[in-house]
Write a protein that binds this ligand. Structure first.
Ligand SMILES: [Mn+2]
Length: 334
């Protein structure tokens, strides 16, 4: 894909803007946080007044990226943050193309008179909601686009701080360089980032090897709960409120559980059922052509072809599990 015209347009807007706001989707992942912080330090170096405002707090394992605590959480100072959005002349939405994925900020972002730029690698149809739309669904991380944009301006801006954040974003969104969209280019860019100061050992260690012991005990509980259905093509695990309380954990600690299910031989679909305080959240994962987005849609949820989710009213999670198995058998095992 040729980006040069889009890059030029974005650079021009940055040049003429003074107050810039960066934001991303709720429950930000490594790509969201890393892309934001890399872009933040780039814009700072260009003497811009930049603020990152997110709906959700930064997950613990990405806090090392924000050691200077520059990320603002919208709800922590609503008045001030609304003011920052209102007086901004340029807004970047990173790693999502839907305003409603910014939750609390959404209303103020859409109302704001600022120019809006989306940089993202997800499928989406909201091009008209942005003044500039830099999107490429073939790249494995938003950070790849951010890297190219900054490098196109001037490679000197990719200093150590920027490199660390971009590397962390790429490493996490590629599942440590193994997910489908990982290419030779992914490695070439990552190599350049290492040359510029990103330490792959430290970044991996900080991101993945600082788990709370409670999470591992909860994982044990989750593995115990796994059941297999439809000739072992479907696996389902359940976490109840009682489990969460007993292990002093919350929904954040369940990250990675669904990926684990999908590592089981011959599994086509994995379901994680989580009993929350006020409802039940289910996440659906699949392999190949099995479309869990449609599965989720049937229950009022949504998502992607191989990763989706839905929310259910509170009920016995084991009854819900029955319903989901029946639906799977009806739609997927014909
Ligand atoms: Mn991403």
């Amino acid at each position: 894909m040729q980006y040069s015209t889009i890059f030029k347009k974005i650079e021009r807007l940055i040049l003429t803007s003074k107050n810039i706001v960066l934001t991303t989707h709720l429950i930000p992942d490594g790509d969201a946080i890393g892309s934001e912080l890399a872009f933040y330090y780039y814009l700072k170096a260009k003497n811009k007044n930049v603020n990152i405002i997110n709906h959700s707090p930064t997950p613990d394992n990405y806090k090392f990226l924000d050691s200077k605590n520059v990320i603002k959480i919208f709800s922590e100072d609503i008045v001030k943050n609304i003011e920052l959005i209102e007086k901004s002349d340029l807004i970047f939405l990173l790693d999502t193309n839907e305003y409603n994925r910014t939750k609390g900020l959404s209303e103020y972002l859409t109302k704001s008179k600022a120019k809006k730029i989306c940089i993202d690698h997800h499928l989406g149809f909201n091009k008209n909601f942005f003044d500039i739309y830099l999107s490429d669904t073939t790249v494995p991380a938003t950070a790849i686009l951010v890297y190219k944009l900054i490098k196109n301006d001037n490679p000197k801006y990719i200093n150590k701080k920027v490199a660390i954040n971009l590397y962390a974003a790429i490493m996490t969104d590629t599942g440590s360089f193994r997910f489908p969209r990982t290419t030779a280019e992914t490695f070439l860019i990552s190599a350049d980032l290492i040359n510029r100061g990103a330490d792959p050992v430290v970044i991996y260690e900080e991101t993945y090897n600082k788990l709370r012991k409670e999470k591992i005990k909860l994982l044990g509980k989750f593995i115990d709960s796994l059941t297999f259905h439809s000739k072992n093509s479907l696996a389902i695990g359940i976490i109840t409120q009682k489990d969460l309380k007993e292990h002093n954990s919350d929904a954040q600690d369940l990250e990675g559980f669904s990926t684990l299910i999908m590592s089981i031989n011959k599994i086509k679909m994995g379901i994680v059922i989580v009993e929350m305080k006020n409802d039940i959240k289910c996440s659906f994962r699949s392999k190949g052509n099995l479309n869990v987005r449609n599965f989720a849609k049937y229950f009022g949820g949504g998502g992607h072809k191989n990763a989706a989710g839905a929310t259910f009213p509170l009920q016995n999670p084991y009854h819900l599990k029955r319903k989901l198995i029946n639906h799977y058998n009806k739609f997927f095992t014909k």
